[in-house]
Ligand binder design. Structure first.
Ligand code: GUN
Ligand code: ZN
Length: 484
């Protein structure tokens, strides 16, 4: 039995794909609810009805369970948990990072997960805390990689073992870890030890760490963002090329009376209405839910339902080529997410390779949109335009005659020839009234045109309103006002 992954659609670095594990298939991006047979807040049958094609459970706590240990070994996980889809097991490394010590070796956990017929086995990797110093991150990574090597020696390259990518907060270590894990043959690669970053809203660092890991892993493997369970991060994480998420958040939040939404967490007590389409929220008032005896179950059901709906939304956005719109919307719900979004926009070089050259639309949503992949790519395309010797960029109506070439202007992209007016992104862009940010970005396009065409002379034709601004932005370029 092996794990394989194929990609059908991409948008930014996000992918819609299929993860195959033996004869089971999971559509990605996928959410794996964490299932704890000791608690059973939401049953596996209910998870399957909500769309779960895979779940994750903790192999370590099963191995220590009076109640389930023998049955797990005897019946196998699928019967024990009554779930037909993919079952991934975690080794207990997370316990290691939270509680310090666990009493199991790498070989023991691998053998145990094999014995209970887990579909995706996780070795005893060592999650390095994001604040740990470099020597710690290096030595933890060294141990993790040795344990992965041990797993491949036992079960063969590319078996059903996951290859966690560690390396702490050091991008070069993350990248090297990703490369080595891939070189060992792993095609399912969780990015580990990011839970403390997400818990503390350190999204800019999350972006740095994940993109570094992705540079090492490359496009061929399925990437799991370990411990990412809040629906508000799915769009951002998917845009970085994360394909799998796992959620304990739905249950942890429910225990504390917290109501998850794709825009953040609310407390049930502060809700007057239940702003969600799931069966629970339409069947109860906020008050009824709050007073219900099975409140925890109702909340957990809702939390999981919104999480699956958000995954569906992410998949839909990738199909449609509108993932930037979703990322933009989600990341405006919290200032820390906005920092993560801006960090992502700062790495368009990483993102452009997989971002489609043509999409359904480009919707301008403020200054962040100026840094999007489509704008950066257009600015480079400008260098390849063939233009005449005397060229006018018409930013105002009724341009004068006598030029070899008249280009039009569409911010945030910049100058374009009439021939490109129907093609993406010019023809499919929805741009509101001009603002300084978008015009500044368009000016970068004009400068790109000038730098790449030294034999042409360029004149900009504009209204008096924009002339001073353009003269600032375009030093050395002739700017002529059309309305005075
Ligand atoms: N769960 C959350 N983070 C991690 C991690 O880094 N490793 C493992 N094995 N499980 C996790
Ligand atoms: Zn709901």
């Amino acid at each position: 039995m092996t794990i394989s992954f194929e990609v059908a659609h991409t948008d930014i670095m996000g992918r819609v794909g299929r993860l195959r594990v033996g004869d089971r298939t999971v559509r990605t991006p996928a959410l794996l609810p964490v299932y704890n047979p000791h608690l059973q807040i939401v049953k596996t049958s209910e998870m399957a009805r909500m769309g779960a094609e895979a779940i994750i459970t903790n192999a370590y706590s099963l191995s220590r369970s009076q109640e389930f240990r023998e049955r797990a070994a005897y019946e196998g996980l699928h019967r024990l948990l009554d779930f037909e889809g993919v079952i991934m097991t975690d080794s207990g490394s997370f316990q290691l990072s939270v509680y310090g010590d666990i009493e199991i070796t790498n070989q023991e956990t691998l053998a145990w997960q094999q014995e209970i017929e887990s579909d995706i086995i996780v070795p005893l990797d060592i999650p390095t805390h994001p604040d740990a110093p470099r020597d710690q991150a290096e030595s933890d990574l060294h141990t993790t990689l040795a344990r992965l090597r041990e797993a491949t020696a036992l079960y063969g390259e590319g078996g059903r073992v996951a290859g966690p990518v560690q390396g702490g907060s050091f991008p070069d270590l993350r990248e090297a870890a990703g490369r080595q894990v891939r070189a060992m043959g792993f095609s399912f690669c969780p990015v580990g030890a990011v839970v403390p970053l997400m818990e503390n809203y350190r999204y800019a660092e999350l972006v740095t760490v994940v993109l570094a890991a992705k540079r090492g892993i490359g496009a061929g493997a399925c990437v799991h963002l370990f411990g990412a369970g809040h629906p508000m991060v799915f769009a951002l994480a998917a845009a970085m090329g994360c394909d799998v998420f796992d959620s304990a958040a739905y249950a942890l939040a429910a225990r504390e009376g917290r109501y998850l939404t794709p825009d953040g967490t609310l407390h049930l007590n502060e809700l007057h209405d239940l702003p969600c389409a799931c069966a629970v929220c339409r069947g109860y008032t906020a008050r009824e839910m709050s007073d219900a005896e099975d409140r925890e179950h109702l909340l957990a059901h809702h939390n999981l339902a919104v999480s699956f709906a958000e995954i569906a939304k992410v998949r839909h956005a990738i199909y449609e080529g509108t993932l930037w719109d979703l990322v933009d919307a989600r990341c405006r719900s919290h200032p820390a997410l906005l920092k993560g979004y801006r960090a992502l926009l700062g790495r368009t070089g990483d993102l452009e390779v997989s971002d489609p050259v043509s999409k359904r639309r480009f919707f301008y949503r403020g200054s962040e949109s100026c840094a999007r992949t489509e704008v950066m790519r257009y600015h480079r395309l400008i260098a390849r335009l063939q233009i005449g010797r005397r060229c006018l960029v018409a930013m105002a109506p009724h341009p004068p005659h006598g030029f070899d070439e008249v280009l039009l202007f569409r911010p945030p992209f910049g100058p374009y020839p009439q021939a490109l007016s129907e093609t993406f992104p010019i023809g499919q862009s929805e741009i509101p009234a001009w603002d300084p940010d978008m015009v500044r970005s368009g000016c970068a396009g004009i400068r790109s045109l000038v730098e790449s065409h030294p034999d042409s002379t360029l004149t900009v034709w504009c209204t008096s309103r924009w002339a001073p601004f353009l003269r600032e932005e375009l030093p050395g370029i002739e700017v002529v006002c059309g309305d005075i």
